[in-house]
Design a protein around this ligand. Sequence first.
Ligand SMILES: Nc1nc2c(c(=O)[nH]1)N[C@H]1C(S)=C(S)[C@@H](COP(=O)(O)O)O[C@H]1N2
Ligand SMILES: [Mo]
Length: 394
Amino acid sequence: MAGIAAPRMAHSEPVIPDWVTVAGERARGYGMPAGQEAHVQRAIIEPFKDIAPSFSFSGTPHQRLRGTITPSGLHFEVHHGGRPNVDPEQHRLMIHGLVERPLKFDLDSLGRYPMVTATHFLECSGNSLFNAIMPEPMQAGCDVLHGLLSNTEWTGIPMSILLEEAGVKPEGLWVVAVGNDGPSLARSIPIEKLMDDAMLALYQNGERVRPEQGYPMRLLLPGYEGNMNVKWLTSLWVTDAPAHTKDESGEYTELLADGSAVKFTFGMGVKSIITHPSATMTMSGQGYYEISGLAWSGSGPIRRVEISADGGQSWAEAELVEPVLSRALTRFRLPWRWEGAPTLLMSRAEDSTGAVQPTRSEWKARYDPSNFLHNNAIQAWQITSEGMVQNVYA
Ligand SMILES: Nc1nc2c(c(=O)[nH]1)N[C@H]1C(S)=C(S)[C@@H](COP(=O)(O)O)O[C@H]1N2
Ligand SMILES: [Mo]
């Protein structure tokens, strides 16, 4: 492809930069990104700083990343009571309640169990909350707007193996999972999900799960809302009914337009965002660009992503970058020319069940105006004639 962005070389004289004239740095124990990349950080988002200082979260800077795996140090965080300093020597996982043999595991004994590895996204059901409730679109990047979303290669023990060892009684239909942090975050999970594809995650992108993500162990429920993926997991209490904990009754329940409420919205909806270009960026002149972004669904693999550059009148199918994994972030790409005119860019994903992303107004119509959970509406970016990329509602 000729003439994208590189200037023609004027001459072929060799250039000797300073760094080749001195000895380089020696090997080191743990690598870090280049110092010049130090600005690539999670966005710290603290809307409740004054009323609840340890309820804090940070967003993955998707506008600065280009693959599908989220570097562990940039995985988003949601801490309801801050990040506890768990001592792995003292930490235990208990399986109790409606089981034949109540069991208590320490980290060492867990290391002997068979493990699986799978790549999955994790998304907070509060992701994209500002677009849900702000009357005017907030001008911020993908880190603030959609950053409560990450994608990791997780390794750990299938939950079915641990539950089978404990011997779940026939009346055991639900499991209340509890975290070892101040708020004792607790969620009720149907036993089928735990027996199906749930994992006790011990490793994140090959290394031990980071403290932010639940060191030394977390529950991983592929495709289910972030909140249920209990970090610093310490107890699995097998019961015959959901416990209706504060976390599921008070916090993670959606109020509908008709005044009723839906509890237990487990799966995350089909969704996509264009990360390049995206809000806060400036186009560097007319001509060739690669539109690139991320698509995912809690129900299965992404089947199709379409891009519109005319506000939704016409759509072009983007290329999905292999491998397209179930309940993992999938990158899409589409070559494009920007002719310098104002442009409304949108992406619309469809998953393997045929579910398609709603427009923002379709999504808003289902809920009470106060609801910000499970916002999977189409994101629109406006490119102005000056090349500024802005967040707009369309
Ligand atoms: N014990 C415990 N587990 C928790 C939380 C928490 O505060 N405490 N936050 C939950 C929420 S709301 C989300 S979205 C995810 C975030 O996981 P992450 O911080 O690893 O991205 O963890 C969930 N598990
Ligand atoms: Mo969350």
